[in-house]
Design a protein around this ligand. Structure first.
Ligand code: SAH
Length: 353
């Protein structure tokens, strides 16, 4: 079987159906659905029976099973999903007038970030582009009418730069017209700082980038993100600086998870401002969402506010992502761990924090 829907680009659909108009009809059909179909329909409006039948013999449609749906008070909805035997998670975060969908790019992860629950799962497998786009569609179909899905963040399980071909394909499909027609700026790929992948992404994509910096010295960063020994802070920020010259319009975010007494001091705040000087990046501060066994703790609300104030007062754009941002972060493996009963998690625990 060849690549499944919804992982085909318009060009590929057009080639497979021998006409661009027919390719467009497929995208229109996808846009008319209210749920992911179990299989491709026998007839597709605007495509001849003969051509469509031949296509159906070659291509299927991705199947996602929802094994759990947890809805928090603010409407944030987490889906634990099974796709082709692998457990992954997707989150929908509603805001005023729009929702953001947080999707996984891998089942598990090969990176070893100390604070991230996904590392407990190890690496299961790469996700295909259609499995990423299908996560978006599933969450989109169920979005509240007054908060349609407008943004996608690759901040669920996995390191997108370790599965970059499929991630780039997913971004291309998500931003296709006439459907799903997301804006490039509305799709944000988040990386732990896998430098070669990041550089390639910055060259090949116009989507937004988020770099998970999470420390202001190499020593501390290497403690919480061991791969920093390979790709240290100066190299990562250097790549962002180079890319900003070529493409000044790209939205770039720096994610900074705050850990009590580890990276949340006034000196850290000052160093952060210094590191990001001359870089058109916005900072998202994320209070650590704890889970047992990491030895890391969440700073007090006062400390988070003081850190924010110190960064913002020096002219650096900076937002605190809480409690919603916290729930996005909680998508990093915590629901799947809960399901698998590891480390004493109970399902939904992350939602109550
Ligand atoms: N691998 C990618 C994307 C997945 S993690 C990356 O590292 O960016 C998405 C975001 O969640 C990252 O900014 C990461 O630093 C943050 N994160 C992971 N675990 C967290 C936790 N326990 N609490 C708060 N944020 C967390």
């Amino acid at each position: 079987m060849n690549r499944a829907l919804p992982g085909l680009t318009l060009d590929e659909l057009s080639t497979a159906l021998s006409s661009r108009q027919r390719g467009l009809e497929v995208l229109k059909w996808l846009g008319s659905l209210s749920a992911l179909p179990k299989e491709l329909p026998e007839l597709l409006p605007g495509v001849s029976h003969r051509v469509w039948s031949a296509f159906r013999q070659q291509h299927g449609v991705t199947q996602l099973q929802v094994t759990e749906r947890s809805i928090s008070e603010d409407g944030t909805t987490k889906y634990a999903l099974q796709v082709d035997g692998a457990n992954i998670e997707t989150v929908r975060i509603p805001a005023k007038g729009r929702s953001t969908i947080c999707i996984s790019s891998q089942a598990g992860c090969t990176r070893k970030c100390v604070f991230c629950a996904t590392k407990e799962l190890g690496f299961i497998r790469q996700l295909k582009a259609e499995e990423m786009v299908a996560q978006y569609l599933l969450a989109r179909f169920e979005a509240p009418l007054d908060a349609p899905a407008r943004n996608v963040v690759f901040m669920g399980m996995g390191e997108p730069m370790d599965n970059l071909d499929e991630v780039l394909r997913a971004v291309e499909v998500l931003t296709q017209s006439p459907f799903p027609q997301l804006r490039q700026q509305s799709v944000t790929v988040s990386t732990s700082g896998v430098l070669p992948g990041m550089v390639r992404f910055l060259k090949e994509s116009k989507a937004s980038l988020a770099l998970s910096l999470n420390a202001t010295t190499d020593e501390v960063r290497a403690r919480v993100m061991p791969q920093n020994k390979t790709w240290p802070i100066a190299a990562l920020l250097g790549a962002l600086r180079d890319a900003a010259v070529v493409d000044p319009d790209r939205d770039t975010f720096v994610e900074y998870v705050l850990f009590k007494d580890v990276n949340d001091t006034d000196a850290d705040a000052d160093r952060l401002v210094e590191l990001l000087r001359d870089l058109p990046a916005r900072v998202n501060l994320i209070p650590y969402n704890p889970f047992p066994g990491t030895g890391l703790e969440t700073p007090s609300l006062e400390r988070v506010k003081a850190f924010h104030e110190r960064v913002a007062s020096q002219g650096q754009l900076c937002l605190v992502r809480m409690p919603r941002g916290r729930e996005i972060a909680a998508a990093c493996g915590q629901l799947v761990l809960a399901q698998e009963g590891q480390r004493g998690f109970v399902p939904g625990e992350a939602l109550q924090r």
